[in-house]
Design a protein around this ligand. Sequence first.
Ligand code: CDP
Ligand code: MG
Length: 693
Amino acid sequence: MSQFWKPGAEKPRLLDDEEGGVVFFPTSSGGGYANLERQRQRLPVFRYRTAILYSVETRATTVVVGETGSGKTTQIPQYLKEAGWADGGRVIACTQPRRLAVQSVAARVAEEMGVKLGEEVGYTIRFEDATSTGVTMIKFLTDGVLLREMMDDPLLTKYSVVMVDEAHERSISTDILLGLLKKIQKRRPELRLIISSATIQAKSMAAFFQSSSKRRRRPEGEELGPIMEPAVLSVEGRGFNVQIHYVEEPVADYLRAAVSTVLLIHDQEPMGDILVFLTGQDDIDAAVQLITEETPNRRKNSSGLMVLPLYSGLPRADQELVFSPTPRGKRKVVISTNIAETSITLEGVVYVVDSGFSKQRFYNPISDIENLVVAPISKASARQRTGRAGRVRPGKCYRLYTEEYFVKEMSAEGIPEIQRSNLVSCVIQLKALGIDNILGFDWPASPSSEAMVRALEVLYSLGVLDDDAKLTSPTGFQVAEFPLDPMISKMILSSGELGCSEEIITIAAVLSVQSIWASGWGSQKELDEAKLNFAAAEGDHVSFLNVYKAFLQSGKSSQWCHKNFVNYQAMKKVLEIREQLRRTARRLGIDLKSCERDTVVVRKAITYGFFANACVSEASSHDGKYKTIRGSQEVYIHPSSVLFRVNPKWVVYHSLVSTEKQYMRNVISIDPSWLTEAAPHFYQKQRPNPMLH
Ligand code: CDP
Ligand code: MG
């Protein structure tokens, strides 16, 4: 069990914010019975309504900074609508980096406005459009979807205001969007931008938008146009104090430490909900299970805990449980990814348990490897997490790391995602928007030139870019047209020629959902056994086809899914995505054909998209060790793969995750001759690789 300073026994030292002691955070009242209108008026942002509207009226760009929960996301779009920014068929857009936040916020705003979601208030995320043209006035969407919309409407003419929300998260799409919006503003000065952020770093955003504008100058020929210099508004709120507790010694296992801390709080602290920050679906599901197993055995409060997971990809019904008020006499424990850090607000949280980690994307241009890594968070994130405890009354935050670690080792801020990502998708999107000089693009934070060169190289090998680094026609434009990773799009294009597009589109759809397997009921062993029924010797992608076929044969039955540990919601999503991809494919003139049982062409098509992720098994090793062909990096087949312990000689993988080792997820066995066939330049440019010949 983790040792904390015991509340009351030994008084925690009061440190200032910089050292992470007692911090003050603003909050709204949290009173439960006021009607929605009263609740709206009580939010801290309400006092700034006039100031915000005035700034949007007079300035091209307004930066709004305010703590999570102060009402930025739900209120500002409504203020804009009330002030007439949606009149005449215009639309107010509000972007979010996360899909789950888009849905949840849109639902809340529709409720506050008393309208049906999808009408006046709508949302769009990839593969799901809940808006109606001509009716929707406020539209929530992911930043990635807005980028896609620019391919059809480069100046975003239907929008009067674009609010780029959660700008402090610095997601890759947010950064690209900011660069593009700055360009659009020069052509369309009537477009208003709001950049909103939970942290003060937003000021650097203001500087970014300032640098383009001569101070206070109005655009030429527009006597009465907006002032180009951005305004920065800070929304101040009342604060409830959050007491921070550190562990005395570093913990070896943050998952177990989190579980025991929850149980400790439940035993010793007054009522109030608990929010736990872990990193991803795996450790969250494990923690939910551990806590649920623990509680019935305890004498006190045995039935008082409601333990709920929260991560993107969670079914809608489970999401609703998380947001619904805690029943009287119960204590809710929400175990979440960092989605609850700033994107969404949970009422009623009094205790926060912070593991100090989150899942982050990292890309190494030298090895050309991108993966999701459980990595330490920054001080800025730690403070945000702490703040979640102070919304309804004074709260407590339990940090599962030492104070010394916080002060001395945690970095002040995270690195923008664009500086730790593979840039393949980013480059193709900019190219499709006609931006050719990508290194010269006006970035809020520049990506590394090595990463850029790598991306250009991969895109060239995919046949998407030509010798002048322009999009090829038709391949380049077709690949850009799919709302997918370019490697998946290329796989679909190739499948048209290989005569297996129906199968490959199914695979692409499965790869676009979180997981088609149902976790959460039954044991890991039962799940593994269920998976075996569909396992194909060729690898995971072919196994997906088996599941899909059996699902269709069952008449798309939910009982069948339940019996076979298949996630019914995910399969319904697969059907939907599949139909959308087939429509796009048809529009692009791709032959929709089935190869029946020929898995060679299926694997070839996969290789045509994913040749860059090829690996070869070490001849001498029986421990499943592989080397990437390009970068000679050591990787392993993930235990969840049907090829785990099978270890075919040559494989390509879909993605990597890294825990103690680098694991390949979704792996398929291939014939090495397909690699040189798929991408001659890519493998010839390399030092000669004896294994390839
Ligand atoms: O964007 P910001 O973090 O500043 O606040 P917000 O998301 O607009 O939240 C304002 C208020 O709306 C908070 O009290 C939230 O709890 C509430 N809200 C909600 O009840 N349900 C949602 N799905 C979203 C927000
Ligand atoms: Mg918000």
